[in-house]
Design a protein around this ligand. Structure first.
Ligand code: NAD
Ligand code: TYD
Length: 346
């Protein structure tokens, strides 16, 4: 049986990618490699954990011996790399953690792959549109937009993107990359805007909006991203980059107004009550003004496009969080880590 490695599969996007590959591709053994940091949660994969073509390995992408042994044991035909530190605010307070995982960890994987794989091995780096910096009122990020990262997070992802291409140019490794806009959906850690706001509204806590709320993000449903990753892995051309986005720009404030009105309906609260929780707070340092993706390349060349309208996706997302109070309680209390640590500690 052929094997595909997926790193970071216990996280938000990774869990949707692992599920998609395990269910859609029974011909492949999927090995999920994850350190289970605060952002990794095996409860995200409970429904598929007993599938025959799924294996979980707890470990660090920086642990050379551990990763090398996995390569020797499974001889994977490819690796989809999502493991990362992913939150901009954390990168501002702890930039070195982002260098260690996102840059050094990626180079460690590239090195091991270069030494321990066949010539057909594919290394796929899942990256972010934040590497391109920020846009003004007009224009879109294309695959040829110059890199201009501003936060330690985006600088670390930009650096790892460059290393991935360098391993193709220098050593001939088959690499492919994608740079995606902001994702939303089930399993996102409630430090990110949408799940944080859902949780706070439910608990009548304030919704912190950085600055004046005019910053713009381009939101994509996470399952559409997982589908795009499948297309890029199987059909993407060597060394190419594919931008992935939802054609779905919202200012943070307009997005919160929509979310608040949906929450009022779903919680049977008087219209306008959630909106009162919006609180303007100090702006994020180096806060990028606008992200917007031109996704025409992946649409034309690989035939991918988003499947879900935003209002429907946001409504589904809220329903998931409201329908999974145990998940939210475990994640916000830290209980999820104690339980799984015991099960997987080696
Ligand atoms: P996440 O923070 O939810 O999950 C990251 C996962 O990586 C966790 O399961 C964590 O345990 C694991 N991990 C972290 N450090 C590790 C290490 N040293 N070794 C092994 N595993 C480790 O992140 P996410 O939002 O799902 O993002 C996944 C990937 O997609 C990242 O590379 C991110 O840069 C990229 N991305 C995210 C978005 C977004 O909107 N969230 C958009 C575009 C691209
Ligand atoms: P976030 O979900 O952290 O994603 P990213 O920084 O990668 O885009 O933030 C999305 C937007 O929401 C961003 O412009 C920052 C803003 N934001 C707030 O206004 N308040 C918050 O509490 C958070 C977490 C984010």
């Amino acid at each position: 049986m052929k094997t595909i490695f997926i790193t970071g599969g216990a996280g938000f996007i990774g869990s949707h990618v692992v599920r998609r590959f395990v269910l859609q591709h029974p011909e492949f053994r999927i090995v999920n490699i994850d350190k289970l940091t605060y952002a990794g949660n095996l409860a995200n994969l409970k429904d598929i954990e007993n599938k025959e073509n799924y294996i979980f390995k707890k470990g660090d992408i920086n642990d050379t011996v551990f990763i090398q042994k996995l390569f020797e044991k499974y001889r994977p035909e490819g690796l989809i790399h999502l493991a990362a530190e992913s939150h901009v605010d954390r990168s501002i307070s702890s930039p070195l953690d982002f260098v260690m995982t996102n840059v050094v960890g990626t180079v460690n994987l590239l090195n091991i792959a270069k030494e321990n794989s066949s010539s057909s091995f594919r290394f796929y780096h899942v990256s972010t549109d934040e590497v391109y910096g920020e846009l003004g009122k007009d224009g879109y990020f294309t695959e040829t937009t110059k890199y201009d990262p501003h936060s330690p997070y985006s600088a670390s992802k930009a650096s790892s993107d460059h290393f991935v291409r360098a391993y193709h140019d220098t050593y001939g490794l088959d690499v492919v990359l994608s740079n995606c806009s902001n994702n939303y959906g089930a399993h996102q850690f409630p430090e990110k805007l949408i799940p944080l706001a859902i949780h706070n509204i439910q608990n009548n806590k304030s919704i912190p909006i950085y600055g004046d709320g005019a910053n713009i993000r381009d939101w994509l449903w996470v399952e559409d991203h997982a589908h795009a990753i499948e297309e890029v892995y199987f059909k993407g051309k060597t060394r190419e980059t594919y931008n992935i986005g939802g054609h779905n720009e919202w200012t943070n404030l307009d997005l919160m107004h929509l979310l608040c009105s949906l929450m009022d309906e779903k919680l049977n609260r008087p219209s306008g009550s959630s909106k009162k929780l919006i609180t303007f707070v100090k702006d994020r340092a180096g806060h990028d003004v606008r992200y917007a993706i031109d996704a025409s390349k992946i649409e034309k060349e690989l035939g991918w496009k988003p499947s879900l309208q935003f209002k429907e996706g946001l409504s589904k997302t809220i329903d998931w969080y409201l329908g999974n109070p145990k998940w939210m309680k475990a994640v916000t209390s830290g209980d999820y880590q104690h339980y799984y640590k015991k099960m997987y500690e080696e």
